[in-house]
Design a binder for this molecule. Structure first.
Ligand code: FEO
Length: 404
C-alpha cells in the first residue's frame, strides 16, 4: 500500500495525506467544475496526530499516503475539525485501523460525529481556546461555529505555525500541486470566490468576526492548511486569501448587475436582452444568466461581487418557471444581503410567475427599484421601452449606491 500513493510534506513535521477527487462535478448542489481535494494532515512526532480524514470512497488513498510516512500505520491521536462527511466519512475505519489513544472534536463535533456514526461515542471534547500538548506537538483549538457547520473548529500547531482551518480558506480545485504558489492567482481567485459565494455567504458576519479575532491571538501563522484545495504559505499568500475573504464578507455593492431569466417562447429572453442593453449603455457591468444554460452556482458566484439582481420569468401553470424557482430558492438560502433589483417577464393570462418572483425578492430583502415589468405574450414597443427604462433606473441607483 505504501507504494501506491505518497504523502506530501508541507512543513518540517506536517504531511498532506489527503485525496484528490478529480471527477466530482456536483457538491451538494454546487457545480464543482474543477473537482476537489479532501485534505487530511499527518503531524509527525513522538505521538503522531492525524487531522481530519477524507470522504469514505477515498479511505484507501489516505491510508496509503499515511503508510508512506508511518509504515506501521498507527497514530496516537486524531483531531476532527469538522464532521461533514467529506472529512469524517473515513473516520470510523481510520480509528479502527490507526488505533489512536484519543480522538478529539469540538463539543458540537462530538455530538455531530455520534449522530453520523453512533458507534463513535467516545470522542473527547475540546473547548475553544484550549491548548493541548499531544506528545511533543503543541496545539491550540478555536471553535469557528457555523463556518460552516456548528461543530467547525480550527487547530493551530505551534512551532511549524500551521493553522488547520477545515473548510475555511479552501476551494474546490482538484490538484496534486498542493501549494497555492503552484497556481495562477487568477485561477485561485476565481475558485475561491466560487467557494465563498456558494458556501460562506450566509455566514459573512461570522467570517468578519473570525478575521478580526485571529490576529489578536498572537499566533505565528506560517501556513494556512484548509481541507479543500491548495495550501497557503507565507505572509503574502495568507494575507491575500484572508484579504479576499474580508472583502467578500463585507458584501459591498458594486455596479455589476446579474440578470437571471428563463423563457418559454423567447419573450422573457427578449425583455432581458433589452434591459441588459440599457444597463450596458449606462456603463454597468452585466452578467446574463439564461437558466437554460447557466448553473445556479454560477449565478451565486457572479452575485458575490454584484450590486443588483434582476429576475425574469414566464408564468407556467400559475407559477414561476421551475428553473427560476430553483435558483431563487438557492439564492434565498445564501442570504446575499445589500442588493437592489426588480422582476420582469412575459405571461399569457394570469401573470403569477412575476408575482411569485417578486415575493421571493422580498423574502431575500432585495430593495426593489421601479416597478415589475410585464408583457402579455410577446412584448411590444411599450413593454420593451419599460425594460429600457428599468435598466436606466437600476444603473442610476447603482451609481448612487457606489458613489464615493
Ligand atoms: Fe468540506 Fe463542510 O465540508
Amino acid at each position: 500500500m505504501a507504494d501506491t500513493f505518497k504523502a506530501v510534506r508541507i512543513s518540517d513535521r506536517v504531511w498532506w495525506v489527503g485525496a484528490v477527487d478529480w471527477g466530482i462535478r456536483d457538491f451538494h448542489g454546487y457545480a464543482t467544475k474543477r473537482g476537489t481535494t479532501y485534505n487530511a494532515y499527518l503531524v509527525t512526532g513522538d505521538k503522531p496526530v492525524l487531522i481530519d480524514t477524507v470522504k469514505k470512497p477515498f479511505y484507501q488513498e489516505m491510508m496509503s499516503r499515511i503508510s508512506s510516512v508511518l509504515p506501521e500505520k498507527k497514530v496516537s491521536f486524531i483531531i476532527s475539525n469538522h464532521s461533514e462527511m467529506d472529512h469524517s466519512g473515513s473516520l470510523p475505519e481510520a480509528i479502527a485501523s490507526l488505533e489512536p489513544e484519543m480522538v478529539f472534536a469540538s463539543r458540537a463535533g462530538c455530538q455531530a460525529l455520534k449522530d453520523h456514526f453512533p458507534a463513535l461515542d467516545s470522542i473527547t471534547a475540546i473547548k475553544s481556546g484550549e491548548k493541548l500538548a499531544l506528545g511533543n506537538s503543541d496545539f491550540l483549538f478555536l471553535e469557528t461555529r457555523m463556518l460552516h457547520w456548528p461543530d467547525s473548529m480550527v487547530s493551530y500547531l505551534a512551532g511549524d505555525g500551521v493553522l488547520f482551518t477545515q473548510d475555511a480558506f479552501g476551494m474546490h480545485l482538484a490538484t496534486l500541486s498542493l501549494m497555492a504558489a503552484g497556481h495562477e492567482r487568477a485561477l485561485l481567485r476565481a475558485e475561491a470566490a466560487r467557494y465563498y459565494a456558494n458556501i460562506l455567504t450566509p455566514y459573512s458576519g461570522l467570517v468578519a468576526d473570525l478575521l478580526q479575532k485571529l490576529p489578536q491571538l498572537g499566533l505565528d501563522i506560517k501556513i494556512v492548511a484548509p481541507d479543500h484545495g491548495p495550501i497557503w504559505q507565507g505572509k503574502d499568500e495568507i494575507g491575500w486569501i484572508t484579504g479576499l475573504w474580508q472583502n467578500w464578507a463585507a458584501l459591498k455593492p458594486t455596479r455589476k448587475t446579474v440578470i437571471v431569466y428563463d423563457s418559454m417562447w423567447g419573450s422573457t429572453a427578449s425583455m432581458a436582452q433589452v434591459i441588459a442593453d440599457s444597463l450596458a449603455g449606462a456603463g454597468v457591468e452585466i452578467f446574463m444568466a439564461p437558466l437554460s444554460s447557466t448553473h445556479r452556482s454560477d449565478v451565486a458566484t457572479e452575485l458575490l461581487e454584484a450590486g443588483a439582481l434582476l429576475v425574469g420569468t414566464p408564468t407556467i401553470n400559475q407559477e414561476m418557471f421551475p428553473t427560476v424557482a430553483d435558483v431563487l430558492c438557492y439564492l434565498k438560502g445564501l442570504k446575499r444581503k445589500g442588493l437592489i433589483g426588480q422582476v420582469f417577464g412575459s405571461h399569457g393570462w394570469g401573470g403569477e410567475g412575476v408575482r411569485r418572483a417578486d415575493e421571493a425578492l422580498t423574502q431575500m430583502q432585495v430593495e426593489t427599484v421601479g416597478m415589475p415589468v410585464t408583457a402579455r405574450y410577446v412584448p411590444g414597443p411599450e413593454a420593451l421601452s419599460s425594460c429600457r427604462e428599468l435598466g436606466a433606473m437600476i444603473a442610476s441607483a447603482l451609481k448612487e449606491r457606489t458613489a464615493v
